[in-house]
Design a protein around this ligand. Sequence first.
Ligand code: IFM
Length: 457
Amino acid sequence: MTSTPDPLHFPPRFAWGVATASYQIEGAPAEDGKGPSIWDTFSHTPGQVRGGDTGDVACDHYHRLEADLDLIQSLGVNAYRFSVAWPRLQPAGRGPVNQQGLDFYSRMVDGLLTRGITPWLTLYHWDLPQALQDQGGWPSRDTALAFGEYAALVAGALGDRVKHFITVNEPWVAAFLGHAVGIHAPGHTDLAESYAAAHHLLVGHGLAVQAVRAHAPGAQVGITLNLYEGYPATDTPEDRAATRRQDGFQNRWYLDPVFGRGYPQDIVELLGDASPQAQGLVLPGDVELMGVPTDFLGVNMYSRSVVEDAPGEGFLHSRAIQPQGSEYTGFGWEVAPQSLTDLMLRLQREYDPPAIYITENGATYPDTVNEDGTVQDADRTRYFQTHLGALEDAITQGAKVRGYFAWSLMDNFEWAEGYDKRFGLVYVDFGTQARTLKQSGRWYRDFLARTRKAVGA
Ligand code: IFM
């Protein structure tokens, strides 16, 4: 059973934060020497993003940095997770740093530290330099090598002040939605290509960990995976086996290599010719590189999967279903807080990470601004309450969870859904750029204030 969270049950020095990503909030796509990313290209391709939306302006965060840092501070968080836009630093993906791009993130880091907020820097949240895509993108091993160089550059430039690095955000999304389903940049639809991309994202992760260790000594580094705990639709052996396959596809394909075990053999076999092994992409040393030890596992959790056997459907012969009687968010994702407890306990039991950070958790609902200017997002508020309650349950049962980042600080460019799907604690009027703290934002702020009081901070 999940409950409302008790501040006292979270460990001391817990990271309490909010999260964002560069392309989703910054705007300024061609300013101060920035090069184009695959998301600039993709969003400008007719028919790819709902309503023809692009990230050209987004939350205009690039021009509103100081005010947004004040906004973050007003929530009472002690940590902020953001991502660096690779093409701001290296406009063509390789080569010397673009100083103006670096200055922006340097100002951000200083502004956070001045406000008593710990920066959590994600190196890759999907905005690959277009120049690297033109040379083959993630399906090419060269992109992983370039990513290692970029990671060294960022760690060297900011590692004197940034002590927490996340290498890659959600490789499953970048690889599968970008290269097999085609609804994310670069918009390709080839299963084998998507597994080549996934492999190089994991190799790139390993190279980035090594780069952070070399150039930012003492910093902590890990990867963020989007994980869904799986449950069989019925208790039949067929549905249980299908759930295991789905888990291999979604979770174990990334967890196993990151924890040094290489790829799960059951999924390698199901993939056949599309597997990275069959494509000859797994080079000697790759298993060690992908599994290079990290300091924490970042987990993005939104929902669970309920799975039934479906012979002949896709290479997994399974199907995710939406159980009747459940509650769903505006994305049609089931609200399933108990699965967060189950997921945390399972990760601790099966992989034993040194620490787990929830690097994203949140919900989209169709918000409306009332006549008095308030946004009463009771559903989202309850979502945060119940998920923090579920996290508390996992912690009291032994999961080493050390931080939580709400997704997201503010409404932003939600990828293929454009501005239609709002995830923010803060409502953004995209016409005026006015920011309004929602009910959920007030709840989170007040919960954090109670937490600080409870621990005497
Ligand atoms: O907005 C995204 C984010 O960029 C990555 N994780 C999921 C969020 C909601 O879809």
